[in-house]
Design a protein. Sequence first.
Length: 316
Amino acid sequence: MGGPARSELAAAVSEAGGFGLLGMVGETPELIAREVAEVRRRTAKPFGVNLVPFATAPALLADQLAACFDARVSAMCFFWDVHPAIVEQAKNAGCLVLYQVGSLEDAVLAQSAGADVVIVQGVEAGGHVRGRLPLSVLLPRVVETLTIPIAASGGIADGRGLVSALELGAHGVQCGTVFLASLESFAHDYHKQRIVAAGSGDTVHTDLFAIGWPPHAPVRVLKNSVTAAAGATLWGYHPDQFPREVIGDDAGRPVYRCGTDSPLRSTTGDFEQMCLYAGESSARVTGIHPAAAIVDAMMREATAAIGGAEARAAGR
Ligand SMILES: Cc1cc2nc3c(=O)[nH]c(=O)nc-3n(C[C@H](O)[C@H](O)[C@H](O)COP(=O)(O)O)c2cc1C
């Protein structure tokens, strides 16, 4: 998660037995080097760095990759459309490559480009949403087609979600929203509280939050006054059509209405109007907990859910 997933969160997830990812889309090579060093200061466990080639100017992307390779990052995770040359570069640098995709076609492309793991994102997911299919439909199609390990992403916030993804053929899961609301996440407390307060049906899928990414990049966010003002027209927007209306500041950079910056610890301004990324999974998030407690609860619930399923099948 670009923004919330800084070193504190990535390290906490890895330390708890998960696989932490630094969300570094849009960040400078200097910040990436600092954050990688900080994760290593906090944990000796493996972790990765996530970049989004589609949303990054080529010169910055080259510098970001160089910063990761110089720091000997062992795993790179990419998102959105598949760039085989970047997969090759990361493989040549000795990295494990994870690629998050939103369609069967892109999953096949990622595998043939040399990715080691494909992350299948369903339309339930929070943040930028690449595809249109629910996880329950897309995931089995990818499982039937690919030979490499697959992680399921979108709508998963607890052990039951984990077990259902495994049942659909995934080898693991990727979670965003539930960790956005964790203690260690760099998201602003306002955003965390809104996730906790959200119920089912409180998110929308829209391309209304457009400034900051190339056109045609839909997101899933919590409903707010900006989505309410758009009424029934949640689609068909272009970043160039919006006036640059400043609604806040993040570390000296303006935050725009209809922009893609979500409120972070470093953000000030009118949080309610900002881009409040959230997956459908937000309805399952009930509190702000340490990342380790989230991982532990997920594993305990999953074990119990598997036991329950076996008992039901045995008629006990
Ligand atoms: C705040 C936020 C920021 C995100 N930023 C990124 C990103 O920078 N790169 C990426 O690959 N995915 C990003 N995602 C999408 C996640 O990788 C993942 O698909 C999603 O969180 C899964 O759905 P869930 O939120 O229901 O767990 C982001 C998601 C959220 C909630």
